[in-house]
Structures are given as C-alpha cells and as structure tokens.
Design a protein around this ligand. Structure first.
Ligand SMILES: [Zn+2]
Length: 128
C-alpha cells in the first residue's frame, strides 16, 4: 500500500470530475472498521473488489491512503477515498485524528514523520 500522505480532495473535485462522481454517496459501499479508527473497506458499484482505505486528520489536513492501483498512480486521491470523504462529510462526521503513540521514528522530514505515525497506527489491516 502506498505511504500515507496528505490528500488533495479539492484538486480531485476541481480537476478530476469523473473520479469525484465515482465517489458520489450511494455509488459505493463503505464499511467503517470498528477496531481501527479511520480505516474503511470500500467497494464501488459495478466492481466486486473491496479496497482498504485509511483517512485520518492531522494538522488540520486529511491524510490517507488506499490499496488500489488508482491511488498509487493518480494525483490527489482515488475514487475510494473520495467515496469515504463524501459519505462522511454528508453524514456530518469528522475524521479521527492521528493517534499518538510511543514509538520513535527516524525523522527524515516533517511529512515523512507524520506518514510514519499514521502508518504505525493504521497497519495490520485485514481485508474486510
Ligand atoms: Zn482506492
């Protein structure tokens, strides 16, 4: 899975309208993990593949990743992450903050440090 990184939701909304529409609430099944805050399983209509998404908030930004190819290759966020974002926003829900933890990571950059923290709290994901 791609490293957790800041999600550019607005960029998808303005520049990749097809992807934005694929994430329309009602066009995907979104299951929230009970055990792992911020983790979701998402299946778009017309697909039989579930994808594992993680979205958390940190420093007033959304961070996340998805295990699909699209998220690795496309700018902004994939349609699965957009589906989670749009559904939770429609419901008026916020996104969970990064959980603090006691593990020290090598500091390469501020961005990488945050990505490591998110990764550590979001790993061990099982397919729903
Ligand atoms: Zn995806």
């Amino acid at each position: 899975m791609k490293d957790v990184e800041p999600l550019n939701i607005d960029r998808v909304k303005s520049a990749y309208t097809d992807r934005w529409k694929k994430g329309t609430p009602g066009r995907a099944l979104v299951k929230q993990s009970d055990e792992k805050p911020g983790q979701y399983a998402v299946r778009r209509d017309g697909s039989n593949e579930w994808h594992e998404c993680l979205i958390v908030s940190h420093n007033e930004r959304l961070w996340g990743t998805c295990d699909c190819i699209g998220h690795t290759n496309h700018e902004g966020a994939c349609s699965h992450l957009i589906a989670v974002y749009r559904l939770e926003t429609l419901r008026g829900n916020g996104f969970v903050p990064v959980q603090p933890h006691g593990i020290t990571v090598e500091v390469r950059s501020k961005t990488q440090e945050t990505a490591d923290q998110i990764e550590l709290t979001g790993q061990e994901g099982e397919e729903a």
